[in-house]
Design a protein around this ligand. Structure first.
Ligand code: MG
Length: 378
């Protein structure tokens, strides 16, 4: 597969922070992808959830299946645009590695616990996992990934955090947040594929959980349009096949929309290479109509699913679990496993405790909370 001039070329990577001998048969980005798949943090994604907790059912998305869906969508679109598929896959599989147990509820409560100690942000934590926390190599901490994969993992970054990161790594992955540049096109694509993936699978999980109904979802233009189209072609279609067919059509429409809108943007901007693409406004995009439709869907899911009383109830208990774990560990670092207790002694208890808690799976956090408090919240 020939790469476009504006793609990130693995042969021209800005490299790894620690220089390594190139692999004989794999590109630098393939090697990143392989390192991510073999990491401990990646395996834990299977027991970390986004909206529904693991124990609520086996059929809902976890962070692992979400990451695989982002990789599938990203690669499929990226191939059409002649971007580097291995880099897309590496970023997609790593983009959620820093997420805490219990989805966004977990990240919000850890951020509150870490006020005065540098805060907690899942994107920064994903970078911290691949740069520092994975312990698999004799010669370095982390996975020593390429610049391009790391820049894709650091999706958002507040100015304050960017200044700290840039002081430690001048001109590195945080520099673009200070000089107003974009990441490479593969990273831009993963960001958009993430939105496409979670909108679609949250409709699916929302309806299958019984918290949303397809009738209710007809409020949303994008759902209404493709639900009606599916019924026009297959009158009498109902239940899970209607749900799946509607979602399949939404996904296809969004994939082709991104391919067309981005091809047009790339044609107009004609970036000569990946750095020229970084210097432009974002080039991977929806058409204006699809942007609006996707935002409408996102708002609907936020109001009706993520803020659903049943989801909120779970959220409050999840927050209590992590808050109490944090308080106990900070008070008594001896409760931490030996390597985390050593990190607490070296770098301060709050950061070491946040790292330890962020790495937990949902069920491990619940077990640990029960062990330390005697309470059973779920
Ligand atoms: Mg995601």
């Amino acid at each position: 597969m020939r790469l476009a001039a504006y793609a990130c070329d693995p042969g021209k990577s800005r490299g790894r922070r620690r220089i390594e001998t190139p692999a004989p048969t794999r590109s630098e980005f393939q090697r990143d992808r392989d390192r991510i798949i073999h990491s401990t943090a990646f395996r834990r994604l299977v027991y970390k959830t986004q909206v529904f907790l693991n124990h609520e059912g086996d059929l809902f998305r976890t962070r692992l299946t979400h990451s695989l869906e982002v990789a599938q969508l990203g690669r499929s679109i990226g191939r059409s645009l002649q971007l580097d598929e291995d880099l897309i896959e590496a970023i997609a599989l790593a983009h959620d590695l820093g997420h805490t147990p219990f989805g966004h509820a977990g990240q919000d409560v850890l951020d509150r616990c870490m006020q005065g100690h540098g805060g907690f942000e899942h994107n920064l934590q994903s970078l911290r996992v691949v740069d520092l926390l994975e312990q698999r190599y004799p010669e370095f901490d982390g996975l020593n990934l390429t610049f391009e994969t790391r820049e894709g993992i650091l999706k958002h970054c507040a100015r304050r955090n960017a200044l700290t990161l840039d002081a430690a790594e001048p001109g590195g992955v945080a520099a673009r947040f200070l000089n107003g540049q974009q990441p490479g096109l593969e990273a831009q694509l993963c960001n958009l594929a993430d939105e496409v993936a979670y909108n679609a699978h949250d409709i699916d999980d929302g309806v299958r959980s019984g918290l949303l109904s397809l009738e209710q979802l007809e409020e949303v233009e994008l759902v209404r349009q493709y639900l009606r189209q599916a019924l026009a072609e297959y009158p009498g279609l109902s239940g899970k096949r209607l749900l799946a067919e509607t979602i399949r059509r939404i996904l296809s429409a969004q994939v082709y929309d991104i391919i067309n809108a981005t091809s047009a943007a790339l044609h107009d901007a004609a970036p000569a290479d990946s750095d020229a693409a970084r210097a432009q406004a974002p080039l991977v995009c929806f058409s204006p109509g699809m942007r609006q439709a996707s935002t409408e869907l996102k708002r609907f899911l936020f109001a009706k699913l993520y803020r659903h009383p049943q989801v909120q109830g779970t959220r409050l208990k999840a927050e209590q679990v992590l808050r109490e774990l944090f308080e106990i560990y900070v008070r008594d670092p001896a409760e931490l496993p030996a390597d985390h207790a050593a990190a607490a002694a070296a770098d301060g208890a709050p950061r070491a405790c946040a790292d330890y808690i962020a790495g937990m799976t949902d069920r491990f956090a619940l077990r640990e909370h029960q062990r330390l408090t005697g309470k059973t919240l779920f």
